[in-house]
Structures are given as C-alpha cells and as structure tokens.
Design a protein around this ligand. Structure first.
Ligand SMILES: [Zn+2]
Length: 364
C-alpha cells in the first residue's frame, strides 16, 4: 500500500491542521508515494523500535510523538534525534507522527482513555478557538433539501451532539443571464426573480473545501451564489482534554485503584483526595497541567493527566483531586486505537503494535 493512502485516511480522522502550533505531526521521513508492506505502531520512535521495524520488514512507523520536533540543521549523528533519523533513512524506513491532531479530536487519545477509565457522556474540556466557518448559500426552494443534505454529508451542520444544523430563511434572488450562460431558470438577457432560500450552516475549517464542492455539485444553478464567513466561536467538537461522568459515583481511592489497574501505572501521584465520591472526571492523556483550571471550572471531582509539577499539586486542593498517572501510561492506549482504526479501514493490510515501545521512566 502507498504511504499516502494510509496517512491520508488518518488525516481524514485527525486533520493535520488541528495540531498545535509547536507540533510537527505528519510524514516526517519518507515519500508519500512509497509502497510499504507493513506498518509498525508505537508511542515513541527509539533505536529499538527502528530495529524492530527493520527486523519485521515494516516500511512505515506510525508514532504518536514526532521524532523531529524542532528543525534539524545537520545530520551528523551528534545527538539522539540525528542518530535515529540517520538510521531510519539508511534503513529505508518512513516515519509518520500523529500527535496533537489526535489529542484534539474527541475520538482520539482522550476518547480511548475515557473508554478505558469508564468515563461516559464526554465533551471537550477546553474547546479550541476559531476554526469554524459559516457558509451561506442561496437555493431555489425545491432544491433546498438536496443541497442541505449534500452539505451535511460533507461535514457541515454539526454542533455538539446535534447534526443537520442549519437555518433557512425565504427571500428573492435576482440575476440576469449573460452571453454564454446556460441558466437553470429565467431567460437570457432578462432580469429574473426567483423565490429562493438562504441556507446557513456551520463547517469546521478543515472540511470547508469538501462542503463547498458538495454544495456546488448539488446546486442546480450554473453559478451558485455563496458566502464564507470566519467565526470567532469556540469549536466545541475540537480541543484539549475530555470531561465526562462515571456511571456510578465511586469512592476516590477505589476509582484510582481502577485507573492504576487499567493503565498499568505503578504509582499515581495525587494531591489531597476529595472527601466525597467521584462522579465527574476530566482527563488529558500526556502533559495536561495546562488544563487544571479548566477541569476545576467544569466542576470535575478528579482530573487525571501526567507531567504535573510540584506547585500545581497545591491548586484546588480539597475541591478537586489532581492525579498524575504517568505520560506513557495515559497515552499508551493510543497504540491500540491506531491499530483498530487502521484494521477497520484496511482489514487485509499487515499492521503490528511495537513490542519495543516502552516507558523510558522506571521506578525503584
Ligand atoms: Zn505525549
């Protein structure tokens, strides 16, 4: 299979444009046109993972963390990143990263983590600013449904747990068909008035091109009129962390034991345990201390993430328990997620989860 077919599918689910500005997701080493026989899925690219890819004849490594984060100015093997990049290139191994773009979608890193931790009815903890577009088009009344459906199917009209969201208002369109035109209604060189509907709907930026294409194809006019407006609204479907509820309020010690078990965490670092059962839980796989206040604002009883600094443990003590369950541990379900997503789409293609993808942190 061509690398671009595999990565193209992943980018439909988690578009590259959803990554954070500091990130470097996407194809990092290799050509999209290369044919690969097998894919290796890992959290990190290490020397042992590259060796595993060579041994298992995997031409493509799909990793969560990008192997190159900042620019490289030389490739002399003088540090670990340069060494790994050289080794991958020499061994003809392509490397792809799906990082914060997978963090920022509800079915991504935190979606699988929520599933593992029994957290239901989730919503994005900190929705992303911008990235939403309003599309308005004008359509003769008997074609409204067709055009709406085409736009919805291409990704327009989703707000929270609702789809097919739009607003219709009737009005009158005017136009005059000039030389060379083939008007759907009206006569050439005559001013025409047509009863039309104004269809307004909302589209995430990364779906805009698809939605416009679908609308133009479904629209009966030769030259459909439409407007595209950038919005300042937050996009509730895209952003960092998730918050949801446990099926039953559970004693916090009991629930944290469950978290430990299901993530295979040796220790959970936490601040003061709240003296009430846990019902509302916020999560962010990997480094999520930037979401502590958002979790508290959303009235979480417990916030589970990783890489929490000493001083952060003082925050919200008594109101919300903050638990550090480990970076590797909270993110490692990603490997299973990528495996199952790819397996579903390409059932006959060879995929493997790395056996060498390991936590760099040990405990004494
Ligand atoms: Zn991470």
């Amino acid at each position: 299979m061509l690398i671009k077919d595999i990565t193209g599918y992943l980018e439909k689910l988690a578009p590259i444009s959803l990554q954070e500005s500091y990130d470097n997701s996407g194809l990092i080493i290799g050509s999209p046109q290369t044919n690969v026989e097998k894919v290796l899925i890992t959290l990190d690219v290490t020397e042992r993972v590259i060796e595993e890819a060579i041994f298992e004849k995997c031409g493509l490594i799909i990793a969560h963390h990008p192997i190159i984060f900042k620019g490289l100015k030389k490739l002399t093997g003088s540090n670990l990143t340069e060494k790994l990049v050289l080794k991958a290139i020499k061994s003809d191994i392509a490397i792809y990263a799906i990082h914060t773009n997978l963090d920022n979608i509800p079915g991504g890193v935190n979606g699988i983590l929520a599933e593992k931790l029994g957290i239901k009815n989730t919503k994005i903890l900190s929705p992303k600013n911008g990235g939403l577009i309003k599309v308005v088009c004008f359509c003769p009344s008997n074609h409204v449904e067709n055009v709406q459906q085409a736009m919805f199917s291409a990704g327009a009209g989703n707000i929270g747990n609702y789809d097919s969201c739009s607003y219709l208002s009737p009005g009158t369109g005017t136009f005059r068909a000039l030389e060379g035109s083939k008007p759907f209604v009206g006569k050439a060189h005559q001013l025409h008035k047509e009863e039309e509907y104004r269809i307004e709907t909302i589209v995430p930026e990364y779906r805009l091109a698809n939605v416009i294409k679908a609308m133009v194809q479904a629209h009966p006019y030769e030259e459909p009129a439409y407007d595209i407006y950038s919005l300042e609204n937050k996009n509730s479907a895209i952003g960092s962390g998730l918050i949801g509820e446990l099926e039953q309020a559970t004693q916090i010690e009991e629930y944290l034991q469950l978290v430990k078990q299901s993530l295979g965490t040796k220790y959970i670092k936490h601040n003061k345990l709240i003296d009430r059962p846990v019902k509302k839980v916020a999560i962010c796989g990997g480094s999520g201390s930037f979401l502590i206040d958002a979790a508290a604002r959303n009235k979480a009883d417990l916030f589970i993430t990783a890489d929490i600094k000493y001083h952060d443990f003082f925050e919200h003590a008594g109101n919300m328990t903050i638990a550090d369950a480990g970076h590797f541990e909270t993110e490692q379900p990603v490997k299973e997620l990528l495996y199952s997503l790819l397996k579903k789409k390409f059932p006959n293609f060879a995929l493997q989860i790395s056996k060498e993808s390991a936590n760099p942190i040990s405990f004494l």
